[in-house]
Structures are given as structure tokens and as C-alpha cells.
Write a protein that binds this ligand. Structure first.
Ligand SMILES: *Cc1c(COP(=O)(O)O)cnc(C)c1O
Length: 238
């Protein structure tokens, strides 16, 4: 518990330091706790500190933690790859889906939302690193996709999400975030709402904030190392 609290304050300090350096207001950068593999009692500790946003990658984990966490006010975002056959389940547990990246998924989502007479907030996930192992729409197709998405009345576009390149070369990572920001400009220019830029994780949150992130997704730096490789969470087959 002590670890989580001190890690949380370290991350907060990283946010405020970067915001100060870049002349941004730290209240403009939301912290989403990336809680995959983290047990519900640990998540509770962070929520008790006033955190309000969590992100999960798997339907199974959403389900397992739901009961414990539902007594504490918070919002849950889905940040993992979403398979069409999981839409119905995911909608039971989340306030926002950050990983919308293909029209086939959008069509099924709209159909289910029609049936439930509901709407959902979404982010468009863009593959700015061009790595096959990560999902997301190709950057050059993102604007077109956003224009199509705008026509679906049950789906509210809130912004864009990306996973930056895993690289020690900071400038390459920065380019990913710049690309996302650039797509946001193009969307706003076309009148597509896109306030949020969900970018930056434990290792690259400073760079992301410098490039305009409004939401960082942090797991390891708060909850410690995970026991599964991330490929387990980012591959289609699992
Ligand atoms: C796991 C995960 C994160 C958090 O990664 P850390 O490096 O542990 O901070 C952020 N975004 C997505 C989509 C993730 O799956």
C-alpha cells in the first residue's frame, strides 16, 4: 500500500513538473490508472486517494473487479483490443472505449447500442508507431475514419488514443505523439469533436504531456511490474 501511495505521488510530481516546464495547467492532464493484472484491492487504494479513472484491457478482468469497485465512484475506460464478439459484455462495464479502430467494429457497436437504446463515448485508436503488434488505424486513414464515425449517432467521439513507439530514441517517440496531435488538428478543422488526446504511459508520459496529451495511462509506475508481457494484452489471439 505504501508503495502505491508513494508511486502515485511520484507520478503526480512528474505531471506537475512537466506541466510547469511547458506552461501547461496540470489540471488539463488527466491520469488514467492502467489496471490490467492489478487486483481490485490495490485499485481501491488508488481510488481512495481521489483518482477517478481506470482503464482495463480485458473483459474478464472488468467482470472480476466490477463488484469490488462499483461502490467507489469512478469511470472505467476500455483500452485493450476490442473483439466484436465482446461488445455486449464490455458495454456492461465501461463508460468509454478508447480502442475504436475499424468500421466493422463500429457497425456492430452501433447495432448493439440501438438495441440497448444507449450511447457510448469513444476514442479513435491510431497506430502512430506502425508496429504490427499494436492495434489502431493507420495515421493516414484516421481522418477519413473519423469523418465516417461522425455519422453514427450513438457513438460520441471524444478524442484520439495512441501507444507511442517503445524506443529509447525519444525523438521517435515524440513523433508518434506529434502525429496524433496533427490528426486532432485535422479533425477539429473538419468540425469533428476531438478534445482528448490519450497518450503517454509510465515510460514516456513527459514527452506526451509536452506534445499536448490530455490523458496519460499509467500502470507500471504506480502498481509495479506486471507478470505478463504486454504482448499478451495486445495480441488478437488471446
Ligand atoms: C498497459 C497499458 C498502459 C500502461 O502501461 P505502463 O507502461 O504500465 O504505464 C497504457 N495503455 C495501454 C493501452 C496499456 O495496455
Amino acid at each position: 500500500m505504501k508503495d502505491i501511495l508513494s508511486n502515485l505521488s511520484t507520478v503526480k510530481r512528474r505531471i506537475t513538473n512537466t506541466c510547469e516546464k511547458t506552461g501547461r495547467n496540470s489540471s488539463d492532464v488527466k491520469l488514467l490508472l492502467a489496471t490490467k493484472t492489478v487486483a481490485a484491492d490495490k485499485i481501491e487504494i488508488a481510488l481512495a486517494q481521489g483518482e477517478t479513472l481506470i482503464g482495463e484491457n480485458k473483459v474478464q478482468e472488468l467482470k472480476e473487479k466490477f463488484e469490488t469497485l462499483q461502490t467507489i465512484p469512478h469511470q472505467t475506460h476500455f483500452i485493450g483490443h476490442l473483439q466484436s464478439n465482446k461488445i455486449k459484455e464490455v458495454l456492461k462495464y465501461v463508460d468509454c472505449i478508447q480502442s475504436v479502430d475499424r468500421i466493422s467494429l463500429v457497425n456492430k457497436l452501433q447495432k448493439r447500442l440501438d438495441f440497448e437504446d444507449k450511447t457510448i463515448d469513444v476514442f479513435i485508436q491510431v497506430n502512430t508507431s506502425y508496429e504490427n503488434s499494436k492495434f489502431g488505424i493507420e495515421p493516414k486513414k484516421a481522418l477519413d475514419f473519423a469523418l465516417k464515425l461522425k455519422a453514427y449517432e450513438r457513438i460520441n467521439i471524444k478524442g484520439l488514443m495512441t501507444i507511442g513507439l517503445f524506443s529509447a530514441d525519444n525523438e521517435k517517440v515524440r513523433n508518434c505523439f506529434r502525429m496524433l496531435k496533427n490528426i486532432q488538428y485535422q479533425m477539429l478543422d473538419k468540425g469533428i469533436p476531438s478534445q482528448e488526446l490519450s497518450m503517454g504511459m509510465s515510460g514516456d508520459l513527459e514527452t506526451a504531456i509536452e506534445e499536448g496529451s490530455t490523458m496519460i495511462r499509467v500502470g507500471t509506475a504506480i502498481f509495479g511490474k506486471r507478470h505478463y508481457p504486454d504482448s499478451y494484452y495486445w495480441n488478437e489471439t488471446k
